[in-house]
Ligand binder design. Structure first.
Ligand code: GLU
Length: 258
């Protein structure tokens, strides 16, 4: 009988200590690790790409990530980049592989179901790129043509909804998608104008359609659950300050986005 009472008391103690255990916040997790882990693009110039000369991650999103590391850890070099693409970036956040994704990622109601977003830091719009001598001039001209998209991007979803008769070919990343366009596997490639502009900088012989079919607010995605308020607030305040003190405009100029 004594044994049973002892066991009962022991399990009570264990239960109370477990329930008192505090869930560590997303912010404190980063502080404890002393490194910020960020999911970024490596093929979306000028937002996230690898400088071929240095092998380093560079771009507008990379600079935002460095500002976040400086804000949270006081050092922009305390950062680790993990390559993501439109198909993997949500899972990278929800699984905890990365602390945040800064990767030309638009806020959408479907994505808000899985992750939380900071306030937007850049507004893009969906367009399409075609060969300079193409007969395609508007999205309506894509009706019976073949268009390349990257799977999991808003471009894929928007195109299927707005031009349901367009034939769509999907790739998992922008490097392969642009390569397929170059090889003539399709008539157009559709994604955000800002990414297409980067492509045109390095590849002559292409043009971007003038009309846009969507508004794409880029934001930082973080894990939804446990105590993320402090992290979200810090990121929102950082973006507000960068907008106010002119550093966001400077960054846009640096990457030829204005
Ligand atoms: N901004 C769009 C999106 O979040 C397209 C760019 C991209 O694929 O990263 O899906």
């Amino acid at each position: 009988m004594k044994k049973i009472i002892c066991l009962f008391i022991l399990s009570l103690i264990l239960l109370t200590s477990c329930s008192k255990k505090e869930v560590i916040s997303s912010y404190d997790k980063i502080i404890e690790r002393d490194v910020l882990i960020v999911g970024v693009k490596t093929d979306s110039k000028p937002f996230g790409f690898i400088n071929p000369k240095t092998g380093q991650n560079e771009g507008f999103d990379i600079d935002i990530a460095k500002s976040a590391a400086l804000e949270i850890l006081g050092n922009e070099r305390k950062i680790q980049f993990v390559p993501v693409n439109p198909n993997t970036r949500i899972e990278a956040v929800t699984s905890g592989e990365v602390d945040m994704v800064i990767a030309t990622m638009s806020i959408t109601p479907q994505r808000e179901y899985f992750v939380d977003f900071s306030q937007p830091y850049y507004i893009a719009g969906q367009s399409a790129i075609v060969k300079k001598d193409s007969s395609i001039n508007t999205f309506a001209d894509l009706k019976h043509k073949t268009t390349i998209v990257v799977l999991g991007s808003t471009a894929e979803e928007n195109l299927r909804r707005i031009i349901p008769t367009a034939k769509i070919i999907g790739y998992t990343n922008y490097k392969d998608a642009f390569q397929a366009l170059k090889e003539g596997k399709a008539d157009a490639l559709s994604t955000d104008n800002a990414i297409l502009t980067g492509f045109i900088l390095d590849n002559k012989g292409y043009r971007i359609l003038k009309n846009k079919i969507s508004r794409e607010p880029y934001a930082i995605a973080i894990k939804r659950d446990d105590n993320n308020e402090k992290l979200k607030k810090t990121l929102d305040m950082l973006i507000t300050r960068m907008n106010r003190d002119g550093s966001m405009t400077d960054l846009k100029k640096k990457w030829h986005l204005i």
